[in-house]
Design a protein around this ligand. Structure first.
Ligand code: ZN
Length: 141
């Protein structure tokens, strides 16, 4: 069905496909391995004709950071969200929720960011894609 607006962060998290791709990213983050644990993430796209969501994973990140600044272009679709993981445990002094740089970058990118950590999924960024479905592929202007 042709979408009339981008999904909200809550709607994204209710989507089985979104949940699956985030859980896979979490598994791939190797949170239980103190040496190899690292951030994973990717982008969520909405097809402007069918309304179907699709996903692209980003190149694996570092121990505490991942670049999601350059989403690949998907024909006929716009970026409506992104996700990444925070695999470092709170017991070692890490913050599981959005970092100051997450908050700053997510506000600039203009789409909801779903952050999977050991204590669940946190939100950062706007509740829904800034400016609706307009603005072309990639992040909104
Ligand atoms: Zn982060």
């Amino acid at each position: 069905m042709t979408p009339t607006r981008p999904p909200t962060a809550t709607e994204l998290l209710q989507d089985a496909g979104v949940r699956q791709v985030i859980e896979q990213a979490w598994l791939d983050s190797l949170a239980n391995d103190p040496i190899l644990r690292h951030e994973e993430g990717g982008w969520i796209y909405l097809d402007l004709t069918s309304g179907v969501l699709s996903f692209i994973r980003a190149i694996a990140g570092a121990t505490s950071g991942i670049s999601l600044s350059a989403p690949p272009t998907v024909a006929g679709a716009v970026v409506v969200g992104k996700f990444h993981t925070h695999p470092n445990p709170e017991i070692e002094g890490w913050t599981t929720g959005p970092s100051p740089s997450d908050l700053r970058i997510d506000a600039a990118h203009g789409v909801p960011d779903l952050i999977r950590a050991e204590d669940g999924v946190h939100f950062s960024g706007p509740v829904t894609r800034r400016g609706g479905l307009a603005g072309g592929p990639g992040y909104p202007p």
